[in-house]
Design a protein around this ligand. Structure first.
Ligand SMILES: NC(=O)c1ccc[n+]([C@@H]2O[C@H](COP(=O)([O-])OP(=O)(O)OC[C@H]3O[C@@H](n4cnc5c(N)ncnc54)[C@H](O)[C@@H]3O)[C@@H](O)[C@H]2O)c1
Length: 269
């Protein structure tokens, strides 16, 4: 028996990186998964692969910054699978530049995709989560939920807010059997990270520079983060709500850090 047997999960941004890894892990644990992504062209092949492996998956086109899309995608999930037990608010974007170079539109876009989307999804999922015996909401924050990072003022603002929103949701729905927690990853090897690194003339050198600040010396894999999301999406974490779990290779443990060049974790990758 998988940990998520007979459970239904709605996952945003499920077509790449952490969201895709979560969808794959959840399916391998027995969940039926709704892949809410911007483009069906990306979610359809993932769903087909999960089905070919014996799972159940529903690709849904959904722009999480639009309430109607989020509402309809949750409705479609329930219509198809008959229930909803878990939502993972994972979709996110970042614009890398100083605050004074933002347009209002760019600022709002980051707020809407990273934060308002969580309001929409929670609002429309809550009636269904209340109906299931146990409901789980997992929000994806970041190390930027706790510290500032250069050139990401809107992103950092949203990720700090996610921690507060997580606590607030946890309080308001605890009586209904719904738990809400947050997973806060550090540097994780996903398309978002690669896009950022590709802005440098030598992306691999830029990655090595960034990883010098990480005590374990390595980038997280999306699968490592997905396992933390799974933890909050099942009874392994019973008793925990309103909390934020940092998974960052030690990044936030140190005010400053320069690892000695090689770590055992680096040998294993
Ligand atoms: N990669 C990292 O180093 C890192 C670190 C900390 C936190 N995070 C967070 O992890 C989450 C997942 O990011 P990732 O690293 O897997 O990157 P990613 O770019 O692979 O994934 C982000 C996903 O969000 C989707 N998305 C963007 N805008 C959307 C919209 N309007 N509607 C629906 N989907 C939309 C993208 O299509 C993509 O599938 C994000 O919330 C990100 O902030 C990532």
């Amino acid at each position: 028996m998988g940990r998520l047997e007979n459970k239904v999960a709605w996952i945003s941004g499920a077509t790449s990186g952490i969201g895709e890894a979560t969808a794959r892990l959840f399916a391998s644990e027995g969940a039926k998964v709704a892949l809410a992504g911007l483009r069906l062209a990306l979610s359809r092949p993932i769903a087909a692969e999960l089905k070919a492996n014996g799972g159940e998956a529903l690709p849904i086109a959904c722009d999480v910054s639009k309430e109607r899309d989020v509402r309809d995608s949750i409705w479609k999930t329930v219509e198809r699978f008959g229930r909803l037990d878990i939502i993972v608010n994972n979709a996110g974007i970042v614009h890398v530049k100083p605050l004074h170079k933002y347009t209002e539109r760019e600022w709002d876009q980051v707020m809407d995709v990273n934060l308002k989307s969580m309001f929409f999804a929670t609002k429309h999922a809550i009636p269904h989560l209340r109906r299931s015996k146990r409901g789980y909401i997992v929000n994806v924050g970041s190390i930027s939920s706790f510290v500032g990072q250069a050139l990401t003022p809107a992103y950092t603002t949203t990720k700090h807010a996610v921690v507060g929103l997580t606590r607030s949701i946890a309080l308001d729905y605890a009586a209904d059997g719904v738990r809400c927690n947050c997973v806060c990853p550090g540097i994780t090897d996903t398309p978002m990270l690669r896009e950022h690194l590709n802005m440098h003339p030598d992306p691999e050198a830029a990655l090595r520079r960034r990883l010098r600040r990480v005590p374990m010396g390595v980038a997280l894999t999306p699968q490592e983060v997905a396992r933390a999301v799974l933890y909050f999406s099942c009874e392994d974490s019973s008793g925990i709500t309103g909390t934020s779990l940092v998974i960052d290779g030690g990044y936030l443990a140190a005010a400053e850090w320069a690892h000695p060049g090689k770590t055992r974790f680096m040998e294993q990758r």
